[in-house]
Design a protein around this ligand. Sequence first.
Ligand SMILES: *Cc1c(COP(=O)(O)O)cnc(C)c1O
Length: 372
Amino acid sequence: MTDLGDGTRCVHAGLPEPAPGDPFLPGPVFAAPYHLDPWQGQGSSPNGYGRPDNPTRRLLEAAIGELEGGDCRVFATGQAAITGLLLAVLRPGDTVLLPADGYFPVRAFATDVLETIGVRVVFVPTAGPYPSLEGVRLVLVETPANPGLDVVDVAALAESAHAAGALLAVDNTTATPLGQRPLDLGADLVVASGTKALTGHSDLLLGYLASRSADLVGAVTSWRTATGSVPGAFDSWLAHRSMATLDLRLARQSANAAAIADLLAGRTDVTGLRWPGLPDDPAYPVASTQMRRMPGVLSFDLGDADRVARFITAARLVAAATSFGGTHTSADRRAQWGDDTSPGFVRLSCGVEDTADLVADIAAALDAAGPA
Ligand SMILES: *Cc1c(COP(=O)(O)O)cnc(C)c1O
């Protein structure tokens, strides 16, 4: 389906061949064990036991794999996919490069778990500069990084990683596979949270990994079966159902983010505005060539925690909530979760509301919040 547009691919991704009497997307298959052929045993059907495999999950993996351009495995959460990759690939004595400004729980896992089992962890800012990759086993980048929204040139980094014998993994959560295709850019692996914009309805947790390397997919699949971090059939089905509208949701979210970025850029009472789609944003030169569309997430600073609370309280259309990429606009003051952002730092996730409504609401709420 590579000749078709994003919207068409999202609608058809992972669906079985049409058959009279069948639904478009088969409903969730709830099963722990399945009937086996008593003579042939477990080789008689792809379905034997629910931890290694499930038919609902297989369809979802086909859908995400089609959009990312690789073989996909889904996990219970994004955190399970990323920590599963790290633990499946890294051995004591290995060195891993992680983003200094990336998803906070992954950084915490690296220092709390990886370092204690003898893995050397090097934190590098997403925007660089990157050190020599000689002796590095795995480079994991997040681009755009959450929550700071810096980006890195994936094709250039893939080249230097491969020259040094390192693997490159890209966390594609913020961009989604419609925003960028890291495997096409030369990355060995994609990992992501499907909890965010990919499924986009704020009602499930999901993670995934995709790769064109059968060895890497095999290693991670074994890890997943051994540790059991699989999503349930209902969440897998709901995720697949939600992906049909990914193109539509991202289009509106991105348009809303562009309008809000314009609004905020014109206000003197908002500092530190970041959105990779703004031509004067430091991320723009790389983002505008590497990304196929801009994310619906932007970040800025309102000075202090109290002003953030006044802003969110005054807004009718901005929910106080963490996570991002959902249909409802939400704002998160990241410092409340203990990450290393400043007290007034806000990550705003634009939903799919009408652009004019959102711009008017946010402008009025900033006015009502007053100065810091
Ligand atoms: C949310 C997020 C994760 C973790 O995903 P969960 O589904 O919450 O476990 C990983 N990476 C990034 C960039 C995220 O935003």
